[in-house]
Ligand binder design. Sequence first.
Ligand SMILES: Cc1cc2nc3c(=O)[nH]c(=O)nc-3n(C[C@H](O)[C@H](O)[C@H](O)COP(=O)(O)OP(=O)(O)OC[C@H]3O[C@@H](n4cnc5c(N)ncnc54)[C@H](O)[C@@H]3O)c2cc1C
Length: 395
Amino acid sequence: MEQHRAIVVGGGIGGLTAAVALHRNGWQVTVLERAADLAPVGAGIGLAPNAQRALDVLGLGDRVRELAAWQGDGGMRAPDGRWLARTNAGAAAARFGGPLVLLHRATLVEILTSALPDGAVRTGTAASLADPGDDHRPARLTTPHGETEAELVVAADGIRSATRHALFPAHPGLRYAGCTTWRVVIPAPATPFAPHETWGAGRLWGTQPLKDGRIYAYAMATAPAGGRAPDDEKAELLRLFGGWHHPVPEILAAVDPAQVMRHDVHHLYDPLPAFHQGRVALLGDAAHAMMPSLGQGGNQAIEDAVVLAHHARSAPGFLPGRDLAAYTADRLPRTTAIVRKAARTGALTMLSARPAVALRSTLVGAVSRFGPGLVLRGFDGITDWHPPVAPAPPA
Ligand SMILES: Cc1cc2nc3c(=O)[nH]c(=O)nc-3n(C[C@H](O)[C@H](O)[C@H](O)COP(=O)(O)OP(=O)(O)OC[C@H]3O[C@@H](n4cnc5c(N)ncnc54)[C@H](O)[C@@H]3O)c2cc1C
């Protein structure tokens, strides 16, 4: 059978998952990644049961689940260490039908690339869209090696997607969310700790264990766009969080300043008119960059990939006008709602006026008295998602 060609622009989590999903459905897939290698940023990523179920479709869900490291208690704290809301790994897993898994991004990339044929990923290859194509002509891309054609182009080129801009030049684009983030992966502190997220005035810190004995620590604070510490980012973190409860000071003491990554938060608050045009499907941050406050950006990219492959499953009978419109119809409303919810949650976590922070702590505490399940309900409708099921072939 003649194989139909899909080109994925961008070898991040979304692009690699799309490549695996399309390859399993019979497409001949090439991933073009502009970076010299696939080494992702040295940070963790939380995959919730929704993304794990999507990965089940690809036969990869259990490889992620076995990396679950959170056991016992955890929850939300105040900077002085008071618990505002407590929950535990068992309650979270029971609520969502599976564990919340924190893994290193490099591990996820390894799991995804292991499911691709040799040579499917071409690094050091930036691609730009020359023509999105339509039902009657292929899409065309320009690469450093010349022009290339494909029946399907997956634009997974990230938050600053040039493909998005080429397809929807009138869209207002990214908005600065008013805050910046820091991330680091280091060996676990010697003194035991419970996984936590701690909310202060205009600041947040989280510490989560990884299966390999390290921890993933992340922080967020309100800040003007483009700011950088006058000395180094470890010193900035010490100024902002050095007086917070255990294990924050112990972690900061152990951090090498060169390991601390800082990124401003931007999001696509205004939805795109569609996630496709011609033979091009946008996916992941290229389509719906969101604040990290729900930890769903990567999860949604993985959902996108599996839903896209579901609609494009019969490569020979692929009709872009019909199949990619079905992809947009499935994904745009859901991801728009999650972008908005992430923005609302982000605004709540970044409250800085003292009375508002005190009221927030009281409310979180009051809600948690009704049981840990309630604290987790902000994720209702997100983590309980199930992938679409392919119709049975005609008898
Ligand atoms: C602080 C922070 C914490 C987060 N925590 C979580 C979390 O816990 N859980 C979660 O699900 N999400 C989380 N996210 C969001 C998540 O990181 C992103 O949503 C996810 O990485 C998006 O994946 P992507 O594949 O769409 O884009 P990217 O991972 O950005 O990949 C895009 C790729 O495209 C490549 N590229 C760009 N242009 C071109 C071109 N012209 N040609 C070829 N290649 C190109 C880039 O080099 C890059 O490799 C977090 C984000 C932040 C900032």
